[in-house]
Design a protein around this ligand. Structure first.
Ligand code: Q9C
Ligand code: ZN
Length: 356
């Protein structure tokens, strides 16, 4: 049985994005997780509710500091109130960058700028990661779910021989966030925090990360780029957002990165071929833990995706993974997926395939 974690504080974050040259409410909305939770409940699933204590906030920040810059984390926490205090924004509005940092590192000072507009663009790489008054609370709640899920799969392995799976309804998602920049609706790389948490209990553990979101997980790839105990494998839309990463030639210095891009409009048959390649690499790596970045923006109707994957295919995907990794403890974190009406049934289809 999959154990499912949710925290209602993740629903507070609600912002805007620049999409198709229009500023609009972000597609990454609280309604996404509300829809998944409603379907899970209707299907009679138990959901393990979490809420972050003051001590946990400190512990999330300590864990986040291993893979994220301390000043970047401070920026996430303070930027909305700093803008408010400076009279640059109204209470209910979102901070969005207007100018991004250049990559002229040979001659630029790398110190974070003081100017509030400059800082917004220093710590972000796109305009889909606005920061509103409650964003910090949701970011911490989401990161905490990733950490709690990690603690649970470790406990499960020490207390029972049959490995279990924990699914965390993380929101905001994490896989685009690097150690120093938000982007693609992501502010903290949740899966990186899961890895750090497991390592505190099992320092020599080996990890396989399977990224099934439609978009390449540039942040996760960057964080684990030269880490020999983490294999990062991603199946994603070719030449799609975040555009400048995810090419098959990006393998990392130790061959622990495997990018499997698929052209727009690819069918499920083509997807399955890549999935088998991905799972073959994961088997060879002999990981102690499997971590999945699960995005339902691979669904055929997704506004940000272009694959021809249907609801029933998620059952096949999950059972294919399950057959290959049997026995390895697994942690599943939610990333993208934007068809509100179909998210719940897609998640249920995945769970059905996983549980067999
Ligand atoms: N023209 C996740 O699925 N905007 N992030 C794309 C395309 C941002 C996706 C614009 C998409 C972010 C977690
Ligand atoms: Zn995505």
């Amino acid at each position: 049985m999959i154990q499912i974690l949710h925290d209602e504080t993740t629903l507070l974050h609600k912002t805007i994005e620049l999409l198709g040259s229009k500023l609009r409410p972000a597609l990454e909305s609280p309604e996404r997780v509300r829809a998944i939770v409603a379907s899970l409940k209707a299907a009679g699933r138990e959901i393990c509710m979490q809420s972050v204590t003051d001590e946990q906030v400190q512990s999330v920040m300590e864990i986040a500091k291993i893979t994220h810059g301390e000043e970047y984390i401070d920026h996430l926490r303070n930027t909305h109130s700093d803008w408010l205090a400076a009279g640059l924004i109204e209470q209910h509005k979102s901070v969005l960058p207007e100018c991004f940092r250049l990559h002229n590192q040979a001659y630029s000072s790398l110190a974070p700028p003081k100017d509030l507009f400059a800082r917004a663009g220093y710590y972000a790489f796109d305009m889909s990661s606005g920061i509103m008054k409650d964003s910090w609370q949701s970011i911490i709640a989401s990161a905490n779910l990733a950490i709690q899920a990690a603690s649970m799969i470790c406990e499960n392995t020490t207390t029972s021989r049959s490995a279990r799976t924990v699914l965390a309804l993380t929101r905001p998602p994490g896989h685009h966030c690097t150690g120093h920049q938000a982007g693609g609706y992501c502010y903290i790389n949740n899966i990186a925090l899961s890895v750090t948490r497991i390592r505190t209990m099992n320092p020599s553990a080996r990890f396989a990360i399977l990224d099934l979101d439609f978009h390449h997980g540039n942040g996760t790839q960057e964080i684990f780029w030269s880490d020999t105990s983490v294999l990062y494998v991603s199946i994603h839309g070719q030449d799609e957002f975040p555009y400048y990463t995810g090419h098959a030639s990006e393998v990392g210095p130790h061959n622990t990165i495997l990018n499997l891009p698929l052209p727009a409009r690819s069918t499920f048959a083509a997807y399955q071929t890549h999935l088998k390649t991905a799972l073959g690499a994961i088997q060879t790596f002999k990981a102690d833990y499997l971590l999945i970045s699960l995005g339902f923006d691979t669904f055929r109707l997704d506004p940000l995706g272009s694959f021809q994957i249907d609801t029933g295919d998620y059952t096949t995907i999950a059972s294919t993974i399950q057959q290959c990794i049997q026995g390895v403890p697994a942690l599943i974190l939610l990333e993208g997926g934007y068809v509100l009406e179909r998210l719940g049934e897609n998640m249920l289809a995945f769970i059905k395939g996983w549980e067999g």
